[in-house]
Design a protein around this ligand. Structure first.
Ligand SMILES: [Zn+2]
Ligand SMILES: [Zn+2]
Length: 237
């Protein structure tokens, strides 16, 4: 299960030693560019590598994104590739579904659930994965909200948007203002710790860092572990 497909997802998967054609499920948290720019690259790269099926879920707008970024633009090239000998399977039969908060399905023994976040004006989802009584939540982009705290309750690991960190003091004032406005729809590192504490989460992984952001937070009310996530981290759940 790949969660989100930002720019560079193909090279990052290969760098992590994951064969592209073995990824058969994608959960997209929302349609902001930084979460989907690599989606067409993944569809093409994995299909050309031999992927024969793909199921994609995401919030309202996911089906339209696939239609516009893959079908509308690349259909002609796909037909050319099929003419070369690539199988239709894996391109023609990709299933893409808009799913609501509360959606759930068991995939390969893992319960996958879609949950609520606050990231206006986008339709956006968090995803929870429960496998052998171990639970991971990946929030995607979100500000702190009560519904997300409930969704994260007692999760073993929560990978969370900590984008709203204090901007670097070296930034120009107009850049600082942009980042400060982002705080309306992203959580700060302290919000993430507070969410983890209030939800009784075992380990919280802060992600979605902006260049030069500083991660100041107080963990005195949180008994769990805090990780500043980096590319290629492997986290046991
Ligand atoms: Zn976003
Ligand atoms: Zn984002």
């Amino acid at each position: 299960m790949l969660v989100d497909a930002g720019d560079g997802v193909v090279s990052q998967l290969l760098g992590a030693g994951i064969a592209l054609e073995t990824v058969h499920n994608i959960a997209l948290t929302h349609m902001h560019w930084d979460h989907i720019l690599g989606y067409p690259a993944f569809v093409w790269g994995s299909w050309n590598a031999g992927r024969l099926k793909l199921d994609v879920i995401g919030p309202l707008g996911t089906e339209a994104m696939h239609e516009q970024l893959v079908e509308s633009y690349y259909r002609e090239q796909a037909e050319w590739a099929i003419d070369l000998g690539f199988l239709r399977a894996g391109f023609d039969d990709i299933t893409v579904r808009d799913v609501p908060v509360g959606w759930s399905r068991e995939i390969a023994g893992c319960l996958v659930e879609a949950g609520p976040v606050y990231h206006p004006p986008m339709h956006a989802l968090a995803f929870k994965f429960t496998y052998r009584e171990h639970t991971l939540v990946v929030t995607g982009d979100t500000a702190k909200c009560d519904e997300l705290i409930e969704f994260c309750r007692h999760a073993d690991v929560v990978v969370i948007d900590a984008c709203a960190a204090a901007p670097s003091p070296e930034l120009a004032p107009e850049r600082r203002r942009i980042i400060e406005r982002l705080h309306e729809f992203h959580a700060s590192p302290q919000d993430c710790i507070d969410i983890a504490a209030q939800a009784g989460v075992g380990k919280v992984v802060l992600t979605h860092h902006l260049p030069g952001a500083t991660h100041n937070f107080d963990v005195s009310n949180y008994a769990g572990a805090v990780l500043i996530g980096n590319d290629m981290d492997v986290i046991a759940i």
